[in-house]
Design a binder for this molecule. Structure first.
Ligand code: PEP
Ligand code: MG
Length: 898
């Protein structure tokens, strides 16, 4: 096997298609070489070596050393320099590169190959001793912390290297690192070495080859550091993938005013606007830009500072988009006026940008409609639906600062200054704004927990901006006029001092920061689509959203229905494009107004007459509910489910006072109610007397509900609106349960028909069942002999298949995710390997006895993109989800076809 791949001088062993083997960075470095862009030569150690390393107690394949040596010789040849040489030394960078980029999560070492002799050679050769010593101190700083583990210790607030640098600057009376003289830097280097020796007990290795392997080890080890694991968990990246390691000739942005370094996006990754977007620093190395320590300048300024390179970059921007056919996120360095490309990858973007860019690129004929659909992560459509600030409320709010709008959206929350404090507050249910001078990968958990992120330093490609964008978090970064005092825990801006726990609001569309909480209002998409507001309909966001939904509708095979319980919800869902109701939970209506009294009366009655009397009171309420729903649906099908939850859910939580009041209304003793509550109490209600088990024991409840549904249907139809009732029996395990319930429903229908003098074809309805108990799936052939439709209740099916409580598992599921027992919460994204088999079996067996069986799903998974794709593959007819998830489900259903 080939463990090491070379690239450089316009040639490459690998290419852009080999991301699995070479990692994203390695594959694209090879590809950029192939298309003739200026890339410093280098080698890529494959991801397979990473896997080997972990499978073999951190040992490498026997040939690795020789392969590295052979490829370093090639790098030397292309670059005309030699590694470890005392005349014209080659320095190297060592960087991680997994299949999918994990920004800042793993380790990087730059300027490798320097020691006490090489630094002198470098000074001599370049005639720039200041640069040589600056490179040396940078190398020591990175190697010392990353490879030798000398970093800030517990309780140490400041990075020990920065402490030394600060001392050097104050001794020299200068402000910034690049103003330090050669002599200052020599002092810093000596101090760094001492620091490393004191803290690690070891000398820093002078041998370049030893430095190289130390760095390669460190990068492979960083695949399993804590923050990389957290990141993988959040983005579902498997641990088996491993990372590649890229070893590349250094080019230097820190040699003086003709040099520099920068990062850019070929389009704006926050809004998607087609403008070149990025920033750079003169006389600096790459880490300076991303670290957010010095504030970089916007890329447009480069036309003045380095006009030739700027022109070349604009050209490269075009070449890259034409070649990769997607927005590229690039890193570049200019050494003495010569431009070098260090990286390109598909740019991470917000949901807004994803939609804008994909649709623009179709217009520009760069990609097809299908590609555009595949490009937009379905989940990210939710960014477009998230609330924005109410315009009037924002006008009145106290502005305390402004920064770069790095993550669009509106967020209000309480200020916390550390990731830990943010996580703690969020766990208590607070909305949090993580407020930092700058963020680092260490802050990831805090960023996940926060509603919004504010930084006072760093630019649009700082860590905070990058990560926030990807997570879809609201983010304002580089709010320079604001000041954070970590010790006093205060944030100051425009003379206003805010303390930890105070409220702050961020407008991530424009970058404004306000004291206090601001009322929000619906997004432009919601205003246009649901509220029918003319101004919103003119917005680009709305227009593009509507266009995208049209494309998705044309492609998808799955119908999209909604889980809705009220006419209002149904109307909203229909505006989102719902093709019917997949689930109405009738019990939700039982809590409206004072009808709960009648529900309780029905439950508490201990005689048939008592029950019948209470049910009679409920019937008109239910009929009214269903009338509203049928009207709102305008002829679309309505799956209405019979009563499902255990009865004591309606009575078990009553206070003594409520019990006394009810006793008064019903004319019974309070003690009677207490005894009925006791009698109905269950130890394990979720597996107790619920679902169709209620209807089997109390068929009169089923009869009342079926009558209400069909009476409503008759009434609405009489007034000229079509109706399509589908009555659904919950929690069936045995075919016989279903048959018994269907008999009750059919009998109720016969009565309704007779009462209104209707023939069979004048009142049509179907009867089907929820599939949410494993036994029903395993015996679906028998169930389907009488059932006219199935709807998978994947909430209960997950609960019963895994024996995992849907109500209690959130306390320990995070630990399961942490331990990688599960990749995702099975109640959010379907467990396709386990629960999925029950779905597949249910579909196959059901259709084996009933070819025309209509099959859908109405659990929470109906709005989860990966689950929707699974349901498409499994041959379902529709998925049903809550109204606001419909766009996500539509897009996922379209993607499933491609
Ligand atoms: C289900 O179990 O998936 C379902 C849709 O029903 P409920 O959530 O009401 O139990
Ligand atoms: Mg259920």
């Amino acid at each position: 096997v080939k463990n090491v791949y070379f690239f450089g001088g316009g040639k490459a062993d690998g290419d852009g298609s080999q991301k699995n083997l070479l990692g994203g960075k390695g594959a694209n470095l090879a590809e950029m070489n192939r298309i003739g862009l200026p890339v410093p030569a280098g080698l890529t150690i494959t991801t397979e070596v990473c896997t080997y390393y972990y499978d073999n107690a951190k040992k490498y394949p026997a040939t690795l050393d020789a392969e590295i040596d052979a490829n370093i010789a090639k790098i030397e040849k292309v670059m005309g320099k030699k590694f470890g040489d005392l005349e014209n030394p080659l320095l190297l960078s060592v960087r991680s590169g997994a299949r999918e980029s994990m920004p800042g999560m793993m380790d990087t070492i730059l300027n490798l190959g320097i020691n006490d002799q090489v630094v002198e050679a470098l000074s001599e050769k370049t005639g720039n001793p200041k640069f040589a010593w600056d490179s040396y101190r940078r190398f020591l700083q990175m190697y010392g912390s990353v490879v030798m583990g000398v970093e800030a210790e517990e309780g140490e607030h400041h990075d020990p290297y920065e402490v030394i640098l600060d001392k050097a600057k104050s001794n020299a009376q200068v402000e910034i690192d690049s103003e330090l003289s050669e002599a200052d830097l020599r002092w810093v280097v000596a101090e760094f070495k001492q620091l490393i020796k004191d803290r690690s007990g070891k000398d820093f290795p002078e041998d370049p080859r030893e430095q190289l392997m130390g760095s390669v080890n460190a990068v492979f080890n960083s695949w399993n550091n804590d923050r990389a694991k957290v990141y993988r968990q959040k983005y579902g990246i498997p641990a088996e993938w491993g990372t590649a390691v890229n070893v590349q000739a250094m080019v230097f942005g820190n040699t003086g005013p003709e040099s520099g370094t920068g990062v850019a996006f070929t389009r704006d990754p926050a809004t998607g606007e087609n403008v070149f977007y990025g920033e750079y620093l003169i006389d600096a190395q790459g880490e300076d830009v991303v670290a957010g320590v010095r504030t970089p300048k916007p890329i447009a300024n480069m036309s003045k500072d380095l006009p030739e390179s700027h022109k070349e970059l604009l050209e490269i921007r075009k070449v890259l988009e034409a070649h990769f056919k997607d927005v590229q996120d690039i890193e570049f360095t200019i050494e003495e006026g010569k431009l070098w490309m260090l990286q390109t990858r598909n740019g991470k973007r917000t949901g807004f940008a994803a939609v804008n860019i994909a649709l623009d690129m179709v217009k520009e004929k760069l990609i097809t409609q299908e590609t555009a659909i595949l490009r937009i992560p379905a989940e990210d459509l939710s960014h477009l639906l998230a609330p924005i600030f109410d315009a009037a409320a924002e006008k009145k709010a106290t502005n305390v600062g402004a920064g770069l709008p790095a993550g669009p959206g509106a967020a209000s929350g309480q200020i916390y200054f550390t990731a830990e404090a943010a996580v703690e507050a969020a766990e208590k249910g607070q909305k949090v704004i993580l407020t930092r001078q700058e963020t680092s990968p260490e802050d990831l958990r805090g960023m996940i927990a926060a509603e919004g992120i504010l930084t006072t330093r760093g630019g649009a490609s700082s860590h905070a901006a990058l990560v926030a964008r990807q997570m879809g978090k609201v983010c304002v970064c580089g709010a320079h006029t604001m000041d954070i005092d970590y010790d006093a825990k205060t944030l100051t801006g425009n003379g206003v001092v805010l303390k930890e726990g105070d409220f702050l609001s961020l407008n991530g569309f424009v970058g404004n920061v306000y004291a206090g909480e601001i009322e929000s209002s619906p997004s432009q998409v919601i205003q246009g689509l649901i509220e029918n507001k003319a101004a919103a309909k003119k917005s680009a966001t709305y227009t593009k959203f509507v266009q995208l939904m049209k494309w998705a509708d044309r492609l998808r095979k799955l119908d999209i229905r909604t889980n809705s319980d009220t006419p209002d919800q149904v109307k909203t869902a229909v505006k989102f494009g719902a093709q019917g109701i997949g689930l109405t939970r009738t019990e939700h209506m039982f809590f409206e107004g004072d009808r709960i009294d009648a529900v309780r009366e029905m439950i508490l009655a201990d005689s048939d007459e008592g029950k019948a009397k209470a049910l009679k009171k409920l019937l008109p309420y239910q009929k009214k509910d269903f009338t509203g729903i049928f009207k709102a649906l305008e002829g679309r099908p309505a799956t209405i489910r019979l009563l499902d939850p255990p009865l004591h859910e309606f009575i078990g939580t009553m206070t003594h006072q409520q019990i006394d009041e009810l006793a008064g209304k019903l004319g019974v003793e309070s003690s009677f109610i207490h005894s009925r509550i006791n009698a109905l109490h269950e130890e394990n209600p979720m597996l107790g007397h619920r679902g169709c088990r209620l209807g089997i024991v109390y068929p009169e409840i089923t009869k009342m509900q079926a009558t209400a549904i069909l009476e409503a249907a008759v009434e609405v139809k009489k007034k000229g609106t079509k109706v399509a009732p589908e009555i659904m029996v919950p929690l069936v395990s045995y075919a016989k349960e279903f048959e018994l319930q269907k008999e009750v429903i059919d009998a109720a229908a016969a009565e309704v028909r007779e009462k209104h003098g209707l023939k069979k074809n004048q009142l049509r309805y179907t009867v089907g069942t929820m599939m949410e108990i494993p036994r029903a799936c395993l015996t679906a052939d028998a169930v389907a002999e009488t059932a006219e439709f199935f709807s998978f209740g994947t909430n209960d099916l997950t609960q019963t298949c895994l024996g995992l409580s849907r109500d209690d598992s959130s306390s320990f599921l995070p630990a399961y995710q942490e331990a990688e027992v599960v990749d995702t919460n099975p109640f959010a994204s379907l467990d396709q390997t386990g629960v999925g088999q029950l779905v597949e079996t249910g579909v196959a067996k059901g259709r084996s006895t009933n070819e025309k069986l209509k099959i859908g799903i109405c659990g929470e998974h109906g709005g989860d993109p990966e689950s929707v794709k699974f349901f498409h593959r499994t041959g379902l007819n529709y998925v049903s989800c809550s109204p606001f998830r419909i766009p996500v489900a539509k897009l996922a259903a379209a993607q499933a076809v491609l």
